[in-house]
Design a protein around this ligand. Structure first.
Ligand SMILES: [Zn+2]
Length: 544
């Protein structure tokens, strides 16, 4: 009875630990995410449901792709031929200053300039740097979903408010991985209403070999164009009428540099392609930051509160929505121009509450405090697990605990060390090496364990409780070892989490090795120490 209660309590704590931490691969959910920004409740209880103008919106960002490259039919036959059938091409789209990556990612998705949203260089990507709500929040408030396929900066910048699918083109520089993830979502009908997919390879190529006549740079754009062609065909079958937006975060000069006010850095490509749009070339000057308010407007959502540019009106359906769009545009400018009276539009949420919420989100930013709380929360979980495991194991021979401690700490510190030492480029090799290492460590520990009476317990079929204790103790030890990595480098989780997940297999491997050794022993392959086994341990079922 005590054992049952103990297992139930431990399981409850484990479930809590797993569900309310961001260890889950592929989806970054801060456990204490600010409720100030989100309003799922408001969205779900809203009686007003606007029917979005497009069944889905996809934004493809080709990092550092130049306007001229994306206008070239020989380089981008898929994009240009789709545009020749329908859709808008903006001849004079501009990036924001500084014309570097992170500030422009955030401008594209918040509608705000870097001076307003706070991401002013590639280094400032933490929560405390961000001052503007993004289009993902607008989409969520409207009761729709969104997702990102991108490298880890996207998780850092937007992870808390949208589903995040890692695409580690940083380490592998592989646009096929990004396109593959998007294609899979389309094929399995998992496509959210708004999806952002980011291709990093043109930027990497240009920094390495320049942009002008660089085969690597032009080749990467050509490859992405081909992959987009495949996505277009899938999309036409599964989501006919979807809006595809193609843009880059900044331009690129011939030397493969960007960052300044020069024309080559500031000028970016911008396509909006959908069958319902006319084929047109738009010559007026626009900012790519207009993408965020445009996506919000076509979703029927409120514009991101600090959006400083208006939606691209050519992409908006004007059936009966003109006045509400105008009101939303006014709402977007209200924070910057408080003299404009607050528009009264039929938002699902009370205007006063929304103001209080956004103000709290922008000024208060309680995440720092919550991150500190998270640290203690994790520490508390790990200590509680260790304590429970120690209680369960206290009547076991002392040698057993030593073996498990040695194995848990060896396996976990190897994982942490590998994460610290290995660069992203050798990450895959490090993961494989670590997996092999875990097998060797587990084998060595079984050899140690064979002198312990627990070994005999583990061999009997009814030893569920011991198996569970072993698993729990090892989990607790490994979690405690990884705690500093997850706490002090939370943005590195996506790499560290693989080593953590691998390390958790260590106790299972120990059990597997014990079971295999037992099976072999029962057929005469006796290993050292087998003499300590009871007579009933093996040989009875051997064929005569
Ligand atoms: Zn960039």
């Amino acid at each position: 009875m005590r054992n049952t209660a103990y297992i139930a309590l431990s399981l409850a704590i484990l479930v809590w630990l797993l569900l309310y931490n961001d260890y889950r691969y592929g989806r970054f959910t801060p456990p204490l995410d600010s409720t100030a920004i989100g309003s799922r409740e408001a969205a779900s209880t809203s009686p007003v449901r606007f029917r979005p103008q497009y069944p889905a919106v996809l934004l493809f960002i080709l990092d550092g792709a130049t306007r001229d490259a994306l206008h070239d039919p020989s380089l981008c036959p898929e994009i240009t031929s789709r545009w020749s059938r329908f859709g808008l091409r903006y001849d004079d789209a501009r990036a924001m200053l500084p014309s570097v990556s992170a500030p422009n990612y955030f401008s594209i998705l918040s509608g705000a300039p870097p001076s307003l949203h706070g991401i002013v260089n590639n280094e400032s990507r933490s929560r405390s740097d961000r001052h503007a709500p993004t289009v993902f929040q607008s989409i969520r408030d409207a009761g729709l979903d969104s997702g990102v396929v991108g490298f880890d900066w996207y998780k850092e910048l937007f992870g808390g408010v949208t589903d995040y699918t890692p695409a580690e083109c940083c380490e592998k520089d592989d646009p096929a991985e990004v396109a593959g993830a998007v294609s899979a979502m389309i094929r399995h009908a998992y496509l959210p209403f708004f999806t952002v997919a980011h291709f990093l390879s043109p930027d990497n190529a240009a920094h390495a070999t320049g942009s002008n006549k660089s085969e690597r740079y032009l080749g990467s754009i050509k490859t992405i164009d081909g992959l987009l062609g495949g996505i277009f065909r899938l999309l036409d079958r599964a989501y006919p009428g979807a809006l595809v937006i193609i843009a880059s975060d900044h331009g690129m000069n011939v030397d493969g540099n960007h960052g300044g006010l020069d024309e080559a850095s500031m000028r970016v490509p911008l396509y909006l392609l959908a069958p319902s749009l006319p084929h047109a070339n738009v010559s007026r000057t626009v900012y790519h930051a207009a993408i965020a308010p445009t996506v919000a407007a076509v979703a029927g959502a409120s514009l991101p509160a600090l959006a400083a540019v208006s939606p691209l009106v050519e992409a908006l359906d004007d059936r009966g929505t003109e006045s509400s769009i105008r009101e939303r545009i006014l709402a977007a400018f209200r924070f910057m121009h408080p003299i404009i009276p607050a528009p009264k539009f039929a938002a699902p949420e009370d205007q006063g509450r929304r103001d209080a919420r956004l103000t709290a989100a922008i000024i208060g930013r309680p995440e720092r405090v919550k991150e500190t709380l998270l640290l203690y929360q994790r520490l508390g979980f790990s200590l509680a697990l260790l304590f429970l495991a120690a209680m369960a194991m206290r009547r076991r021979p002392p040698g057993t605990i030593t073996v498990l401690l040695v194995n848990g700490i060896a396996v976990a510190s190897a994982g942490v060390a590998m994460r610290v030492v290995t660069s992203a480029h050798v990450h895959a090799a490090a993961v494989s090496l670590f997996a092999v290492g875990i097998f060797i460590a587990a084998g060595l520990c079984v050899a140690l364990l064979r002198r312990s009476p627990l070994y005999l317990h583990l061999r009997t079929p009814g030893a569920i409780f011991e198996l569970f204790s072993l698993l729990l103790l090892e989990t607790a030890i490994i979690a405690a070892c990884f705690l500093p990595l997850f706490t002090f480098a939370p943005d590195e989780n996506i790499f560290g989490v693989r080593f953590f997940a691998l390390a958790l297999w260590s106790p299972a491997i120990i059990l597997l090795v014990i079971k295999l050794a037992t099976a072999f022993e029962s057929r005469g392959f006796l290993l050292a120490g087998a003499a300590t086994m009871p007579p009933s341990g093996g040989g009875n079922d051997r064929p005569a």
